[in-house]
Design a protein around this ligand. Structure first.
Ligand code: BEZ
Ligand code: FE
Length: 304
């Protein structure tokens, strides 16, 4: 056995891990170990700093529940989720609408609505109509596409943060022309949950925890890549410094006061046309960078 040194330990570890039968697992963990070791060497990581890291990750895990995913929040605030989105968009077989974060407030439990129905039930705010078309990458309208939306109410909170019943979220279906029509209230910018280890970290870095006002969309149609995105409201103070790096220029929209083309008159509105890429073989795997936190805890418990 050769003696371990700072110089050879990475190769020794990779050699021992080379028996991993799953090729992709071998590649991902091998590269991860390589970069982890390189980072530890570059910063000359001390034992107390190493322990601080272990302590931090332990607290992140302890904060995770059926309604809170602190690890996703960590990934989001470090820009990892946004990076995975950017890379995923490049693998689409056709050019489609840019994706954005699913975030921790997506819920499987979402009511279905008919076109034009109001999704904000318990908290009143400025009414806004969302309308537009869902098409394929060549402009062909997609009828019966499923359009799921969720957002903050006027109070700057998602339903789960103030009540059990789903609110300001809904599933709509496009009509024969591929058009969707949603009545909601204006979303409000908000702070990500800051009462945990990730919030402490963000604060320690001198950063704020704000996201600009936005509306989440998840759009699906058979044989097309599912689109996970969000529309960001122009003029919000945090459009340029979103704490989780979700904003793309293409996704910034204006709330228009009087749009003569809007199918519902008398309210402000946003028109946005979405396009979906054809699904590839790889798109049979989920492209969602996120999940309902309850689904993650359930899967972890089932694997025990
Ligand atoms: C959200 O948009 O819902 C969100 C995304 C990332 C972190 C926190 C919230
Ligand atoms: Fe959000």
């Amino acid at each position: 056995m050769s003696e371990l040194t700072v110089e050879n330990i990475t190769d020794v570890v990779l050699q021992q891990m080379s028996t991993t039968p799953n090729a992709r697992q071998k590649e991902v963990l091998g590269v991860f170990v390589k970069h982890l070791h390189a980072a530890a060497k570059e910063v000359r990581l001390t034992p107390s700093e190493w322990l601080m890291g272990i302590d931090f990750l332990t607290k992140v895990g302890q904060k995770c529940t059926d309604t809170r995913q602190e690890f996703i929040l960590l990934s989001d605030t470090m820009g990892l989720s946004a990076l995975v989105h950017l890379m995923h968009d490049k693998t689409a077989v056709e050019h489609a609408t840019t994706t954005s974060l699913l975030g921790p407030f997506f819920r499987e439990n979402t009511p279905r609505y008919k076109a034009g129905e109001q999704i904000a039930k318990s908290v009143k705010g400025k009414e806004v109509v969302l309308y537009g078309r869902v098409s394929d990458a060549h402009g062909k309208p997609l009828a019966n596409a499923e359009v799921t939306v969720w957002q903050t109410a006027e109070n700057g909170l998602y339903d789960i943060q103030y009540q059990d019943d789903p609110d300001v979220r809904g599933i709509f279906t496009t009509d024969a022309n591929g058009d969707y029509l949603i009545r909601t209230t204006a979303p409000v910018g908000y702070s990500i949950p800051m009462d945990g280890p990730v919030g402490d970290l963000v604060t320690s870095q001198g950063r704020h925890g704000m996201r600009p006002a936005h509306i989440h969309f998840l759009i699906s149609s058979p044989d097309y890549r599912e689109l996970v995105t969000a529309l960001y409201i122009d003029g919000d103070a945090h459009i340029a410094d979103d704490v989780v790096f979700g904003v793309a220029g293409e996704l910034v929209v204006k709330i228009v006061d009087h749009d003569p083309a809007c199918p519902i008159q008398g309210a402000s509105s946003v028109r946005y046309d979405f396009s979906l890429s054809k699904a590839s073989e790889a798109d049979k795997m989920s492209g969602r960078v996120g999940a309902d936190p309850a689904a993650i805890t359930k899967a972890a418990a089932a694997a025990e």
